[in-house]
Design a protein around this ligand. Structure first.
Ligand SMILES: NC(=O)c1ccc[n+]([C@@H]2O[C@H](COP(=O)([O-])OP(=O)(O)OC[C@H]3O[C@@H](n4cnc5c(N)ncnc54)[C@H](OP(=O)(O)O)[C@@H]3O)[C@@H](O)[C@H]2O)c1
Length: 342
């Protein structure tokens, strides 16, 4: 009997938050593989704030997902069939920019096979040594250029990117202040991830708390959020500060034009370097980033959490966890069991 695939298809452009009816889960038979292709059954599907951007018809860094097309997304897959020399059933690969599908059929060339690292769980390849880890590593190290003794502030600090940024900055000898949306997250940041301080922006006056926790001003603002939080940080930047502009999640569901930043002039007065970046720009240097992050992981210098939702059918409804701040660490959908863990 022909095996069936399941794929989420984008049916409507979301207005504001994504609704489940914006996508449809469609079943279709799997086609036979062509020469050079592999089939990978998704183990973990990455859910990312940028999924929301890809659903909008906007001028972004990648074209939008077309209406009627499979939703774009990546993760880890178990090779179940291969017509590509160099990959065989049982291998685990990073599927790159594939689909929100049970199975992805992919060109074998260029697929990265995941190595086994002692003591490192597979979920690390979705976090510290995956795309979000690379975002943190290159955004901070290449653009932020942290120096010992400097003060680094990171927003969405308990998320996939932010939690890595803060810990890498600590390894570089910086003072690190995180901004996050709950007391539990702030506790995790200080007690587990080793941040010097954390601010609960939903309860506390961010500006006043930044004044308290950053007595020498702010040298690096790793920006994940935008809006009022970004404004409060910009107002406290030091001369020749740096601002890796990684994300603006507070604006992704906006239906009206987004105002600000109100403290824009301070970027001029402080001669701040602001640089937007997209992690895919760093693909050619991923090996370097993965090697360093893997080493820190194996030395137990990085703590990470994975927020796991089970079932491909829950992908669209789970995306809201990112916008409601329900996730601690990297949000993934577990689509099928890890090998040897079933
Ligand atoms: N440039 C790149 O290549 C690149 C790559 C990956 C990610 N990013 C960006 O990096 C940022 C973090 O992404 P991630 O994958 O690591 O997600 P994440 O931080 O794991 O999850 C998103 C977090 O954002 C916070 N948040 C949501 N809405 C907010 C709002 N209105 N105000 C303040 N905080 C809000 C929530 O935490 P709280 O509980 O703290 O509110 C939520 O947990 C996003 O902006 C994303 O677009 C950029």
């Amino acid at each position: 009997m022909t095996e069936m695939n399941k794929t989420w298809i984008l049916r409507a452009r979301p207005v504001g938050e994504v609704k489940e009816t914006d996508l449809e889960l469609v079943e279709a038979p799997l086609a036979p593989l062509n020469e050079g292709e592999v089939r990978a059954r998704t183990i973990y599907l990455s859910l990312d704030p940028t999924n929301r951007i890809w659903m909008s018809d906007m001028d972004a860094y990648l074209p939008p997902v077309g209406l009627g097309d499979p939703m774009r997304g990546g993760g880890l897959g178990l090779v179940t069939e291969s017509r590509f020399d160099g990959l065989e059933p049982g291998d685990i690969v990073n599927t790159g920019l594939a689909h929100w599908s049970l199975y992805n059929t992919l060109p074998g060339a260029g697929l990265a096979k995941m190595p086994q690292l002692p003591g490192v769980p597979l979920t690390a390849f979705m976090g510290p040594i995956g795309a979000t880890g690379m975002t943190a590593y290159f955004g901070l190290m290449d653009i932020g250029k942290p120096k010992e003794g400097e003060t680094v502030v990171v927003s969405a600090a308990a998320g996939a990117v932010g939690s890595m940024v803060g810990q890498i900055a600590k390894i570089q000898g910086c003072r690190v202040v995180g901004i996050a949306g709950s007391d539990d997250k702030c506790k995790w940041l200080v007690e587990t991830a080793g941040f010097d301080a954390a601010i609960n922006y939903k309860k506390e006056d961010v500006g006043a708390m930044l004044d308290k926790h950053c007595p020498d001003g702010i040298d690096i603002n790793f920006e994940n959020v935008g809006g009022e939080i970004m404004d409060a940080v910009i107002a406290r930047l030091n001369d020749f500060s740096r601002m890796p502009l990684c994300g603006l999640i507070s604006t992704y569901n906006a239906t009206d034009p987004v105002p600000g930043p109100y403290n824009f002039a301070n970027l001029l007065m402080r001669r701040t370097l602001v640089k937007g970046f997209i992690v895919i720009d760093y693909y050619p240097r991923f090996a370097e980033g993965i090697q360093q992050m893997a080493q820190w992981l194996m030395e137990r210098k990085l703590k990470f959490e994975t927020d796991v939702v089970r079932g491909l059918e829950n992908a669209p409804s789970s995306l809201s966890r990112l916008f409601e701040g329900k996730n601690l660490g990297k949000l993934v959908v577990q689509v099928s069991d890890e090998p040897n863990k079933s």
